[in-house]
Design a protein. Sequence first.
Length: 135
Amino acid sequence: LTYLFYAGTFLGFINVIALTGAFDTVAGVVAKVPKQIMIVVAIVIGYIIGMIAGAYTAMVMAIIHPILVAAGIPWQALGFINYGIGYGAMTCPAQVSVSASAIVFKTDIPSIVRNNMKYNPLVLIIPIIMSLIVL
């Protein structure tokens, strides 16, 4: 319950940031970049942030999505970006799915992370290629 309160407080903070117009200001700078480049960069940055954020990826998405939407990114691109964030989270030892995988496969968390690190950058190419084809 305490963590839920923290998450609610954080999302309230994001709302305050949105009301100040900060997302629109950042989006104005981001909107000057060609959309295809912006989407690919957002997927890669989302992957990197997901590696660090782990279980807090939903909060990361709460920060990234308003900026991208205000910058004019198509809504379909948000799915590809979320895909990148999710794969990044699978390399974070604090992610619940990683812990669950370690229990199911009867191994330790660092070996799950090492195994994911071998394949995730290669798998990250899939949403990048799909975003270039679809969008």
